[in-house]
Design a protein around this ligand. Structure first.
Ligand SMILES: C[C@H](O)CC(=O)SCCNC(=O)CCNC(=O)[C@H](O)C(C)(C)COP(=O)(O)OP(=O)(O)OC[C@H]1O[C@@H](n2cnc3c(N)ncnc32)[C@H](O)[C@@H]1OP(=O)(O)O
Length: 900
């Protein structure tokens, strides 16, 4: 691990170069701040030092104050962990230093990094260096004097814009604004900075203390006007976030009472904001987003991403054209395939419109549009698919059509080619059923509009290879998406978690609550629109189609309402035809349509769920909870089934896929703040009053410690911790079953198994309800310790059986399982079928284990199929597997289809 340190070198010219070294971004960690203080003090003291240059190692000046310290403050509530940098280091040590200090800035100077540079007496930068104060995105304000010095260097308007929008500028613009004094090549940066510092020392260049300047602030009345407009703007754009208004107040303090007074207020208000829930939520999102890049058995097994140069998209509709646009914008060649020239032309036009739209919004230079579009080729057959690296199918949600396409592309595309589907609901095993390339099949679930929405849900099955997942994650990053790897289930992570969102709102409407009030409550909470406006936007057809999937998958907890059908019958189709719950007219905001109310009344009559036939009386707060708690309830199930790698992945997915407010930290984080107990008791109360839709999942209670995240991390026994490290299990996701909820070895083993993608075809449970201790061998009639076996078997599946052996209580060589699979694969037997057969045999041999149908109870052990099968491999029952072939359409039938 690279050392976190500050070094100082003194040259013969009498210039001390102080260098920050804390890779990868030279964050200002506590030891760095202490090191800076020490080196600056030493340089000031020493007679052989005439001037000082401050720089960062590795061509990055600094990414700002160490955000990990915020996290520590959030966990402990101890704000004294924040050192006094602003006055002690930046004002007293740097700005008021008796020797001139020049910042040599390269790569990036963000947040506290830029603030250190602002405290220096001049700034020399390399070309294309990012300069910004993005602290507001973390729920705080600049805290090392940035609110005071930036306006004094670039003027008030620009400084307010940079801070409130958290938008960095490049050094080229910085030079024009006066933030940077000179731009020189990277090679000359230190040389020029040293000379600059000496020039200041010798009076050839001005010695400027930014905090003392007032020339760019303008008259007070003008400044007040700028701040007033900014306040009004922030009220609209950031209504639930305190840091915007505080930032403006602090700037005003400095303008009215002087820079030093502003610095003091800034430091004080910064400490208050660090402790706010907004900062907790945003800092959580910062780390959660970065954590999505770390996928066990994918990103930590030494695989290298392959280069994806050419991509074929099948289907030029809204999704296909959006995905194509995103790829083209990142210089990737795209073949867009349609079934006839009319559709193809339409698809190409949509892409052109997307690109032009970006030009209009200033997001793409006009000269670049042609270059982007030159990488697109429309095709009507597969002849260009022979050397593509990735195919993304984006046709309508029809199983037979998708199956046909996949069996065709499997034959045409090279064997290395990734075969991806953009389905939002259909089981991937079903999509790939007619192929033998299931290891290359993966879900690439984009969100509409695909060229703008940041989330890419990567859906893997138990057969998708790690290499394919890694490649798709890499493409996702290249096209500037945040890829989140999830498991295969109805709706995957985002749609599955949020299906109760619209349903809850419709249920409330049927209970007599006004739909426009519900929308208002939700948008006041921070989502960009309420659930009814969202239905209008998505189109009722989409809503009906996905709704059906959820009704089928989770009949125990879906609410059926005729409302959407009634709306459609009345000629409404949402935004598509300008008429939904709202009226949509060109150029104006959607207006609530009172004419929709009789339709809602009709729906209420038909569902007849209002207690005593009267609308229920609820507060706005209750409305919010009745819409969102069922979502939390489903999130618990999604976590429990291991659909996401870690709880925070669901937070990111909810923020980026559903626009859940980032300052609330995402759906799981928010639930944690609200309190799992309150959520559980509320759901229980409502389920008693209004039915099963609200029934708290059985996993909910078990998940309490999990929702409290870090709490359980500190509450695990050391042997459990050791095992978690070995099995790469995130303890934050583990439910403790030991005394006082502490995590014991057994819990880690169980988590290791369920964290991996759900094989999810069958669930198994033990009649004893818990795992037995590890046995030295398996014998007839024994209770199979499946929770112990699960994790190991699954992990081995996921790394494509590349690990030769594993040990879990006793040793089984995966070669055996591997060899067995190879043997039966050619006969059309899938791994799932093999495992299912294993189950059935185990079932016969071990009476203490029984199977249940998947979906009938989500509290089962999803991945146990593999476990029990491992025992079968051990018993050498291979010849019976040949006969089987799994029909993924009929997952539910699996447990009936095989007899021991
Ligand atoms: C008092 C002060 O006013 C308060 C502050 O300074 S608050 C901090 C202000 N600074 C920021 O907000 C910048 C935050 N960082 C970023 O925007 C981006 O990381 C970046 C533009 C610097 C670099 O982006 P990129 O090259 O894509 O790398 P990215 O993956 O984001 O980060 C690399 C690693 O550095 C870490 N990192 C980045 N900035 C960090 C910071 N300020 N503190 C601690 N860690 C940081 C990331 O967590 C990540 O760690 P990981 O590899 O373990 O996941």
């Amino acid at each position: 691990m690279a050392e976190v340190k500050v070094t100082m070198e003194i040259g013969n010219d009498g210039v001390a170069v102080i260098t920050i070294s804390n890779p990868p971004v030279n964050a200002l960690a506590i030891p760095i701040i202490a090191g800076l203080k020490e080196k600056f003090d030493e340089a000031t003291r020493r007679n052989d030092v005439k001037a000082i240059v401050l720089t960062g190692k590795g061509r990055r000046f600094s990414g700002g104050f160490d955000i990990n310290v915020f996290e520590k403050v959030h966990k402990t509530g101890d704000v004294s962990l924040m050192p006094d940098v602003s006055v002690d280091l930046v004002v007293n040590t740097i700005e008021d230093c008796k020797k001139p200090i020049v910042a040599a800035v390269e790569g990036l100077a963000l947040g506290g990094g830029l603030e250190l540079a602002l405290g220096c007496h001049a700034r020399v930068a390399a070309p294309k260096t990012q300069l910004g104060l993005p602290e507001l995105t973390l729920g705080v304000i600049p805290g090392f004097g940035g609110t005071q010095r930036l306006p004094r260097l670039v003027g008030l308007s620009k400084a307010v814009e940079m801070m409130l929008l958290s938008k960095p500028i490049m050094s080229e613009e910085g030079l024009k604004l006066g933030l940077i004094d000179a731009i020189v090549s990277s090679e000359d940066l230190l040389k020029v900075s040293r000379l600059w510092a000496l020039d200041i020392a010798d009076g050839r260049k001005p010695w400027i203390r930014s905090l003392h300047r007032t020339d760019k602030l303008g008259p007070l009345s003008e400044a007040r006007e700028i701040l007033k407009v900014a306040r009004q703007q922030a009220k609209k754009t950031a209504p639930n976030m305190p840091q915007h208004q505080v930032c403006l107040d602090v700037i005003e303090e400095g303008i009215v009472h002087g820079g030093y007074s502003g610095v003091l207020k800034e430091a004080k208000d910064f400490k208050t904001l660090v402790l706010s829930n907004t900062s907790r939520g945003l800092v959580h999102v910062f780390f959660a987003q970065r954590a999505t890049s770390k996928v066990p058995n994918v990103t930590d097994v030494g695989l290298k991403p392959r280069h994806i140069k050419k991509v074929a998209i099948i289907g030029g509709g809204l999704m296909g054209s959006g995905i194509a646009t995103a790829l083209l914008l990142s210089n990737i060649y795209v073949f867009l395939k349609e079934i006839n020239s009319e559709y193809l032309l339409k698809g190409i036009k949509l892409i052109e419109a997307n690109v032009q739209g970006l030009v209009r919004k200033g997001k793409l230079a006009p000269g670049k549009a042609d270059m982007v579009l030159s990488k697109l080729k429309g095709v009507l057959d597969y002849s260009d698919f022979k050397d593509v690296d990735l195919v993304i199918e984006a046709v309508i949600e029809s199983i037979p059509l998708k199956q046909k396409i996949f069996s065709e592309i499997e034959k045409i595309c090279p064997s290395r080619c990734i075969l991806a589907t953009n389905t939002s609901t259909i089981d991937l095993n079903v999509v790939g059923e007619k192929t033998t390339s299931q290891d290359r099949i993966v879900g690439a679930h984009f969100f509409s509009p695909a060229h703008l929405m940041p989330l890419l849900e990567i859906v893997r099955t138990e057969k998708t290879s790690s290499q394919v997942i890694l490649d798709l994650m890499t493409v996702g990053k290249i096209i500037k998406k945040v890829p989140v790897v999830v498991g295969n289930c109805t709706g995957f992570a985002v749609n599955r978690t949020f299906f109760p969102y619209t349903q809850g709102a419709i249920l409330l409407a049927n209970l007599g609550v006004d739909v426009f009030r519900i929308d208002k409550v939700i948008s006041n909470f921070g989502l960009p629109m309420g659930p009814f406006q969202l239905q209008d936007l998505a189109g009722y057809g989409v809503f009906m189609a996905t709704g059906k999937e959820f009704f089928n998958a989770f009949p125990d907890r879906t609410f059926r309402s005729p409302l959407i059908e009634l709306l459609m019958k009345s000629g409404r189709n949402g935004k598509n035809n300008g008429k939904g719950y709202y009226i949509y007219e060109q150029g104006s905001q959607p207006k609530p349509d009172p004419a929709v109310l009789p339709i809602i009344v009709q729906s209420r009559r038909m569902t007849n769920i209002m207690p005593g036939g009267k609308p229920i009386s609820v507060t706005d707060h209750q409305i919010l909870e009745m819409v969102l708690f069922p979502v939390v309830n489903e999130a618990c199930r999604v976590l429990d089934e291991g659909i996401v790698v870690r709880a925070s992945d669901l937070d990111i997915a909810s923020v980026l896929g559903m626009s859940f407010p980032s300052y609330r930290g995402g759906i799981v984080f928010w639930a944690d703040v609200v309190g799992p107990k309150h959520i559980y008791t509320s759901l229980k109360k409502w389920s008693e009053a209004y039915g099963n839709f609200f029934k708290p999942s059985r996993v909910h209670l078990r998940r309490h410690p999990q929702l409290q995240g870090h709490a359980c991390k500190q509450n695990s026994y050391s042997d459990a911790k050791k095992l978690a490290k070995e099995l790469k299990v995130d303890l934050g996701r583990v439910v403790g079953s030991g005394p006082l909820g502490r995590i014991v070895v057994k819990d880690v083993e169980a988590a290791a198994s369920s964290a991996v993608v759900a094989a999810a075809t069958v669930t198994v449970t033990s009649a004893t309800g818990c795992a037995a201790a590890a046995a030295p061998g398996i014998e007839l009639g024994m209770v199979v310790p499946f929770t112990i076996m699960q994790g190991a078997v699954n992990r081995n599946m996921v790394v494509s059986l590349s690990v030769p052996t594993f040990r879990v209580g006793y040793t089984i060589t995966t070669d055996v399982l591997d060899a067995l699979y190879r043997k039966v694969k050619s006969g059309g037997v899938t791994m799932a079928a093999l495992l299912a057969k294993g189950n059935s045999i185990s079932l016969g041999k071990h009476p203490m284990i029984y199977l249940r149908i998947c979906g009938s109870n989500s509290d089962g052990f999803n991945s146990a199929a593999s476990t029990v099968s491992a025992s079968i491999v051990q018993l050498g029952a291979d010849e019976q597997c040949r006969l089987l072939s799994l029909d993924p359409h009929a997952k539910k039938k699996i447990s009936f289809s095989f007899s021991a």
